[in-house]
Design a protein around this ligand. Structure first.
Ligand code: S3P
Length: 167
């Protein structure tokens, strides 16, 4: 099934761009974090707090596998850490066209400053956290992506236009 899958770091705009892209293409939209919250009845931050990151990563893989059975073409945005797990990478490729939404660390800092919903960014210095995680994750994003879209200083229309030209 040729779904359109948006990957990228937290704050790269996967969910908001995904919703708009789905609307433009007249497709439905699914966000893996929202799906996990729906099926577990818990907020992502509570899942991390109560059961830990490893448990959450298991839910991500389960959600991804279930999507493989979904016959309705969709725009799907996935959590920033999902493509980093090697076992998820073939599933992403099988799902469809993988679009990597890129943003500079400066832009990410601006967008994520003051965020309280993301456990991976809790405590410590935000700039250092983003830099460290980005260093760990960039290779995985590049490996799994079919195309890259730079989002710095672009509005929704420009980003969506960029994606439509690539897919
Ligand atoms: C995470 C990103 C979040 C969410 C969870 C972990 C990560 O999704 O899945 O907090 O490890 O990067 P967004 O990328 O949609 O913020």
């Amino acid at each position: 099934m040729k779904h359109i899958i948006l990957i990228g770091f937290m704050g790269s705009g996967k969910t908001s761009v995904g919703e708009k892209l789905a609307e433009t293409l007249n497709l439905s939209f699914l966000d893996t974090d929202e799906q996990i919250e729906r099926t577990s009845g818990m907020k992502i931050s509570d899942i991390f707090e109560k059961y830990g990151e490893t448990y959450f990563r298991g839910l991500e893989t389960e959600t991804l596998k279930n999507l493989l059975k979904d016959g309705e073409r969709k725009v799907i945005s996935v959590g920033g850490g999902l493509p980093v797990q090697e076992k998820n990478q073939p599933y992403l490729k099988e799902l469809g066209t993988v679009v990597f939404l890129e943003a500079s660390e400066e832009t990410l800092i601006e967008r994520l400053e003051g965020d309280t919903t993301r456990p991976m960014l809790k405590g410590g210095n935000l700039r250092e956290k983003i830099h460290m995680l980005m260093e760990q994750r960039k290779k995985a994003y590049d490996k799994v992506a079919d195309c890259h879209i730079q989002t710095d200083n672009k509005n929704f229309e420009e980003i969506i236009e960029g994606i439509r030209n690539e897919i």
